[in-house]
Design a protein around this ligand. Structure first.
Ligand code: AMP
Length: 291
């Protein structure tokens, strides 16, 4: 496995692979890797002959009051995990390589998509995500980019950006990997105390309840489903940022839940537990759980 810190290094490695006729798959991450990340790396093989992972804690997607400085950075352990997952190359640049000092960056947004839900609670977040993703995709130039459905809105945003910029890269979105009790795996779960950890299942339980209401009971009123999700989360003493059911692609509000007409609906939740902010989602009423 090659470890590369420079843009020139990763470009050269990917071009060499392509010259040999290999398809290149790319899994962008912020490190502190867990089984969710590793599943993306292993499954990337279905679409690619060579798998490149980036490990970069992107400062531009963190708000001023967010956890940039305390975000875990266990690089040696991460490299070992990438090796064990059969990754071919890791791109792990320093901040100065990605954002040369003095460079004035773009401000990116997609009205209606980057200013709602996560975008409303984390102003500037998706601008930072789009900027780093556009840079990384231009540096690596993969054939396929692989994303986790855990960050559902991010998948919608990245997809919309790549379509708008006509990027010749295929996106693949893979299912959320969960702990045995349903909690979606996240690097931020490490912040949870022993007392908070069981309560963090509230998000999954709320989404499971919503899925049952929509799929088994045929509930069509979004307010009823949203109210039920909120009650489950609050019963676990979390503070709800949002608990909503939306259109699966536009994330727009729905007057009536008709999953057969919209190709499913998506439940999205975000809640705070002490200093930890958790997000999760589930697709309901779709033939196959996909975006
Ligand atoms: P992050 O390091 O949090 O930026 O995540 C890097 C990639 O891993 C993103 O595409 C995430 O959606 C994905 N990911 C994070 N957690 C999970 C999970 N529990 N299951 C599947 N994919 C995940």
């Amino acid at each position: 496995m090659r470890v590369m810190a420079t843009i020139a290094g990763v470009r050269e490695a990917v071009r060499a692979a392509r010259c040999e006729g290999r398809r290149v798959g790319f899994v962008p991450t912020m490190g502190a890797l867990h089984e969710g990340h590793l599943s993306l790396m292993r499954l990337a093989r279905r679409w690619a002959d060579r798998v490149v992972v980036s490990i970069f804690v992107n400062p531009t997607q963190f708000g001023a009051k967010e956890d940039l400085s305390r975000y875990p950075r266990p690089l040696e352990r991460d490299l070992e995990l990438c090796r064990s997952a059969g990754v071919d190359g890791v791109f792990a640049p320093e901040v100065e390589e990605m954002y040369p000092p003095g460079e004035v960056g773009m401000e990116l947004s997609i009205p209606g998509l980057t200013d709602v839900l996560e975008g409303a609670f984390r102003p500037g977040h998706f601008g930072g995500v789009m900027r780093v993703v556009a840079k990384l995709l231009n540096m690596v130039e993969p054939d396929v980019a692989v994303w986790g459905r855990k960050d559902y809105q991010q998948c919608c945003v990245v997809d919309a950006m790549m379509r708008d910029l006509a990027m010749p890269i295929r996106n693949v979105v893979l299912p959320t990997v969960r702990e045995a009790d349903g909690l979606a795996m996240s690097s931020r779960n490490a912040y949870l105390s022993a007392e908070e950890r069981p309560r963090a299942t509230a998000l999954f339980k709320a989404l499971r309840e919503a899925k049952g209401m929509v799929e088994r009971e045929g509930e069509t009123d979004p307010a009823v489903v949203e109210g039920a999700m909120r009650r489950v989360i609050e019963a676990h003493r979390l503070t709800v940022d949002y608990a909503v059911v939306r259109h699966p692609r536009t994330l727009g509000e729905l007057d009536c839940l008709e999953p057969r007409l919209t190709g499913g609906v998506v439940g999205l939740v975000a809640a705070r537990l002490g200093s930890v902010r958790l997000i999760d989602n589930v697709v309901m009423g779709a033939e196959e759980e996909s975006r």
